[in-house]
Design a protein. Sequence first.
Length: 141
Amino acid sequence: MRNLAAAMTIVISLSAPALAQKAEIDANNAKWLELFNKGDFSGIASLYSADAIALPPGSSMVQGRTAIEAMWKSMAEQVTDPKLTTLDVKPLGSSAAREIGTFILKTKGASPQEVTGKYVVVWEKVGEDWKLTTDIWNDGK
């Protein structure tokens, strides 16, 4: 019985950081959505690390906060109402994590369409904050 209690204590102590990472990442995703919907692309860029890289579908890599801000501003001219669903967060040590998820958004224009897709993000802990450091997504399931 004592061994079982010790094993449970170890499992709980190892899973607590992962749960904390997921909760903080979920909060950052909610903040990202809020900023996008307000049109605050500078705010979105602040959620990325200074040297972050975004890999948008069908486009060149985008590096750095200034370029990422411009990318999201340009995308907002084409799409609206994004929704994110985190499927998995895997800790990569105490200061990094990998997130896999799905998204839904709507295109703008005369015949709006719903677009679904998937994404992978690598998060890094910078000081006390989690920052997006690598962001890649594409449409489809």
